[in-house]
Design a protein around this ligand. Structure first.
Ligand SMILES: [Zn+2]
Ligand SMILES: [Zn+2]
Length: 295
């Protein structure tokens, strides 16, 4: 689908693309070593941050550099595994008086989201407690459904991953292309997750009309059987989902930490060959740190 006049264009920038743990070094320089963080921006005053892995640290530095006054920022967390929250203690805007940072995400196993973020900064593991940060921090628990933030209509969906993990769909309130961010999601049959019997059908419906799908493509086909139940997918599984949901662009995300750039290139080449046969209209890319898409 193409944008029509009056639609809002926005950018999607990848600040962290890696799963599990940061992997700095020359061998990951192309696809990136920082863990999950994606910035969706419709302009200076419209910014939605997806996840707070280590990639949120350089994003925070850039925001502090570019924004002269106080900032009001919104962060959507998919879940609270380390690789999705470990950058928060180093997110500069959280430590600047006058800023407001709103964090949305789910409680886990009965533990409120605020407590989980607090525990990450407990004195036994971190020198500065969450409450010492000077920004006005507002935490909102979401478990699904629709809400509006920063000029975007957001819809959350439950994913197949240990704990309560959410995927997010975003579209500008004033109209424009739709994107979805589904990381940490097991599309195969492994694992036992608290999702309904029609999860797959419902997910395809949820994704109907999505232009750009960012999806977990962590494991190769050779690895997936041994990792069943770990909550992740292969590029080929993500391609099948993109085909069913009629997406235009698939961006493979949450790269396996053991995969260097050469391995990811090979996975991407294999994924593109698979897509060329199965769904010729689909563009397939692998997320690269620093890559910006315009929708
Ligand atoms: Zn993860
Ligand atoms: Zn996870």
């Amino acid at each position: 689908m193409s944008a029509v006049r009056g639609d809002v264009t926005y950018t999607v920038r990848f600040w962290g693309t890696r799963g599990s743990i940061p992997t700095p070094g020359a061998h990951t320089a192309k696809y990136g070593g920082n863990t999950a963080c994606v910035a969706v921006s419709g302009g200076m005053d419209q910014l939605v941050i997806l996840d707070a892995g280590s990639g949120i640290r350089p994003l925070g530095q850039e925001l502090s550099r570019l924004t002269p006054g106080a900032m009001a920022l919104d962060i959507l967390l998919t879940h609270t595994h380390w690789d999705h929250i470990q950058g928060l203690p180093f997110f500069q805007p959280l430590n600047s008086r006058g800023n407001t940072v709103r964090i949305y995400g789910s409680a886990q196993a009965g533990v409120p989201l605020e407590d989980i973020l607090d525990r990450q900064m407990d004195p036994v593991v971190f020198p500065v407690p969450l409450k010492a940060l000077t920004a006005d921090l507002r935490i909102t628990e979401v478990s699904g459904g629709r809400f509006e933030i920063d000029g975007f209509l957001v819809e959350a969906v439950r994913l197949r991953h240990p704990g309560t993990t959410l995927g997010y769909k975003l579209v500008p309130v004033k109209g424009g292309r739709t994107m979805a961010y589904l990381t940490d999601n097991e599309l195969g049959s492994g694992g036992n997750y608290d999702v309904g019997p029609h999860w797959r059908r419902d997910l395809v419906r949820f994704l109907g009309g999505v232009d750009t799908l960012i999806h977990d493509g962590m494991y190769s086909e050779a690895m997936i059987e041994a990792r069943a139940g770990w909550g992740h997918s292969t590029p080929e599984q993500a391609i099948d989902l993109a085909r069913e949901a009629d997406c235009r662009h698939l961006v493979l995300f949450h790269h396996e930490p053991e995969h260097d750039d050469t391995t990811i290139e090979a996975l991407l080449a294999g994924a593109r060959r698979y897509a060329a046969v199965r769904v010729p209209g689909l563009t397939v890319d692998a997320a690269m740190e620093g890559m910006t898409l315009t929708l």
